[in-house]
Design a protein around this ligand. Structure first.
Ligand code: ADP
Ligand code: MG
Length: 320
């Protein structure tokens, strides 16, 4: 329900009209028996596959700056959920959207819906329902359901001693982009890595049968890898010199900052996974880099060319 507020928009639109205009898309959608327009969506799972469902909420001024372009926000709130589906080894299929906003600002809605559908279309995900409410701040919850062959979902808890630790793409770019933005500077590549995170959906679908455990990097490599280690009841060692750093990050920051962003800045939405098998250098067109090994025990150790580096010195703050 979105109550009318004649003061908030040049021309008040009712909720039905708003949903039709910005959120309904024509065309066939995989496995959707009933989409937007009824009390609920009816979805048809494929035989032999299990459903994976994820949800993420983004709150204005907490998870995104209030002045972010609405199209970037729309894209981002889909991408962060696609990343969770990818980390489970899933194929994304269906999406619902709960949107709270101060009024029905059509320019904002048009940009937001454009970014949202852009991210969804890239991965053939359809919006099958949602809820629209008025509130003081913008709050967006996107829920995505996907599927995976029965018993093939990849969990955080499957890592074994001796497995190699891998990451996709490059680390630290999004954190560096956000830091530049906050300081009033900009670097197009780094900024885009923050504003338009590329969920590693194709890599995710290559993980079943290949990875023993996986997690997506939303809060920073060290923090997220530690979650995987704890869930698997193992320890880990990473080689700092092996961390994949982009040319863009190298050009914009000194070595210490590069490492700090790569280890502890969030928002990259790369995948971190473990495997005992032979892993190619590239999965789904994305570079994959071995950065360390799963060990006995419960600690995460960083080494620089063999020498142990204290986490605090590596730029990691959360454990202090
Ligand atoms: P109800 O009152 O039964 O909860 P609503 O009137 O809120 O239904 O919604 C009508 C239809 O529009 C439903 O199919 C719902 O899923 C869909 N819907 C509402 N808001 C959104 C949104 N922001 N994005 C996509 N679908 C939406
Ligand atoms: Mg209803």
């Amino acid at each position: 329900m979105l109550p009318r507020n004649p003061c908030a928009a040049p021309r008040p639109v009712d909720e039905f009209e708003l949903i039709q205009r910005y959120f309904v898309r024509d065309g066939e959608a995989r496995g959707v028996t009933t989409g937007i327009g009824d009390d609920g969506a009816v979805l048809q799972p494929e035989p032999g596959r299990e459903i994976i469902t994820v949800i993420d909420t983004l709150v204005e001024s907490v998870h995104f700056p209030a002045d972010i372009a609405p199209a970037d926000l729309g894209y981002r709130c889909v991408a962060v959920n696609l990343s969770d589906i990818a980390a489970m080894g899933g194929r994304p299929l269906w999406m619902t959207l709960a949107l709270t906003m101060p009024g029905s600002d059509e320019e904002w809605l048009s940009g937001f819906a454009g970014g949202l559908h852009e991210a969804a279309t890239e991965h053939d995900v359809s919006l099958v329902g949602g809820d629209t409410t008025r509130g003081d701040a913008i709050v967006i919850s996107v829920q995505i359901s996907g599927d995976v062959a029965e018993g093939q979902a990849v969990h955080r808890s499957g890592a074994h001693v001796g497995d190699t630790i891998y990451v996709t793409g490059t680390l630290g770019d999004a954190g560096a982009g956000l830091a530049l933005l906050s300081a009033g500077n900009s670097d197009e590549y780094l900024l885009q890595r923050f504003l338009r995170p590329t969920a590693r959906v194709a890599v995710g679908q290559a993980l079943p049968g290949l990875a023993s455990a996986a997690i997506d990097i939303s809060d920073g490599l060290l923090g997220d890898l530690k979650k995987l280690l704890d869930a698997s009841a193992v320890g880990g060692e990473i080689r700092l010199e092996a961390l994949p750093i982009s040319a863009g990050l190298k050009a914009a920051f000194d070595k210490k900052s590069q490492r700090r962003f790569a280890l502890s800045a969030g928002d990259d939405y790369e995948l971190c996974f473990t495997s005992s098998r032979e892993v190619p250098d590239e999965l789904g067109g994305v570079a994959v880099t071995a950065i360390g090994t799963i060990t006995d025990g419960d600690s995460l150790v960083c080494r620089n060319h063999g020498e142990i580096v204290e986490l605090a010195d590596s730029g990691y703050r959360h454990f202090q």
